[in-house]
Design a protein around this ligand. Sequence first.
Ligand code: CMP
Length: 139
Amino acid sequence: AVERTLVLVKPDGVRRGLVGEVLRRLEAKGYTLVALDLRVPDAELLRAHYAEHEGKPFFGPLVEFMGSGPVAAVVVEGQRVIEAFRAMAGATDPTAAAPGTIRGDLGRDWGTAATQNIVHGSDSPASAQREIALWFPHL
Ligand code: CMP
C-alpha cells in the first residue's frame, strides 16, 4: 500500500551538513517528499514523540540532544516506504549499522548518552500516523 512515514534528520545530521544527502537518497530511490520543515523542536513535542521511551535511562539525554539544534522533519510517501526507510537508515547503533545504510555509511559512536544516529524513521503505520500528526498537525 502507499504509505507515509516521518523522517527526521536529527541535530547531529543537520550540523554535519547531511540533510541533502538524506533527501538525495530518498529521491534517488523514487519516493515523494510531501512536507519539509526545519525547526528546533520544543521539549513538549519531543516528549510526546518519544513517549514510548519515557523512563529509560537515555530518555532525558535524548530529549536534550534532539532539542539541541534544528531538525529537518520530512514526510515521505510511497509504496512500503516505512519499511524501505528503516532499511535505508540501518540499525539504531551506528557502529553495528551495515555499510550502505545512512547510519552505516555516515554515522559513528561519539560516546554520548543519547545515541546520535543522524536520522529517525517511523517504525510502523500506527507510529507514522501518530508522529506525522505531532510534527505536521495541518497534514
Ligand atoms: P530513534 O530511531 O529516533 O528512536 C529512539 C532514539 O533513542 C534512537 O533513535 C537513538 O537516538 C536513541 N537510543 C536508542 N537506544 C539507545 C540507547 N540504548 N542508548 C542511548 N540512546 C538510544
